[in-house]
Design a protein around this ligand. Sequence first.
Ligand SMILES: Cc1cc2nc3c(=O)[nH]c(=O)nc-3n(C[C@H](O)[C@H](O)[C@H](O)COP(=O)(O)OP(=O)(O)OC[C@H]3O[C@@H](n4cnc5c(N)ncnc54)[C@H](O)[C@@H]3O)c2cc1C
Length: 233
Amino acid sequence: MPAFDIRAKVVSNVRVTDNVCVLTFAMIEPQELQFKAGQYLFVHASERVLRPFSISSSPDNITTFEFCIEVIPDGVASNYLWNLKEHDEVLLKGVFGSFVYHKDPDIEEIFMIATGTGIAPIKSMLLYELNHGEKRPTHLLFGESMAKDFYYLDIFAELIKKYPNLTCDLCASRDQKEGYINGRVQTALEKYFPIGKKSSFYICGGRQMIMDVSDLIIKNGGDAKHIYHEKFF
Ligand SMILES: Cc1cc2nc3c(=O)[nH]c(=O)nc-3n(C[C@H](O)[C@H](O)[C@H](O)COP(=O)(O)OP(=O)(O)OC[C@H]3O[C@@H](n4cnc5c(N)ncnc54)[C@H](O)[C@@H]3O)c2cc1C
């Protein structure tokens, strides 16, 4: 589908940690947004600044959509979004991206691996795919620095209750707290070694994490052709 302009208004802007906000928008023009879980929109932060942000809500919602945004010190677009208020209007461009779910029937196990706001497209995929009949074992590995940095945990707890095929490992790399793995997402992945050739991997976050996790998967039996990723920075 060719790119198109979007006008949307802020429904809510909730600061969920010291540096992450969850923004919900209602569509104005067009009235509905069709997209695939995992895709992103460009935000016009100013006349000259256009930045991509992944949609964190499910494609089942077509009149509203959600972003989760980490505010970067002196970052133009992230500060613009962080400071938005209810009813503010935003201009965007959509819809982009090929980091989407592959409905490959040969796959037996699915790994969703995210650090930081890399959780955005992963959350969208989990919400949509589980709600649309995904029954294969699905493992979410979510990494942050500290236990206090996590958000969306109530949503993931609900999903785990509803879908017994979903597991979730929370990895706090610089923290020790009950219920959290003290380590990076790579540490959580180790318990699944050796990795079967029929496993697929969706990885989102920073470049270095994606490279390290991909290397680890391949060294421990995974198939490179089933690794899909989205690099945020
Ligand atoms: C496909 C795609 C989807 C994305 N989705 C999201 C999303 O859902 N949520 C989200 O928060 N971000 C997301 N990003 C990142 C986002 O597009 C911006 O790069 C980020 O918000 C910084 O933009 P800025 O204008 O605020 O900072 P800029 O003014 O561009 O940069 C300020 C400085 O911060 C550095 N910097 C840029 N990004 C980061 C970072 N993430 N961490 C540390 N330093 C950084 C830059 O190198 C620069 O030196 C996504 C990126 C891509 C490519």
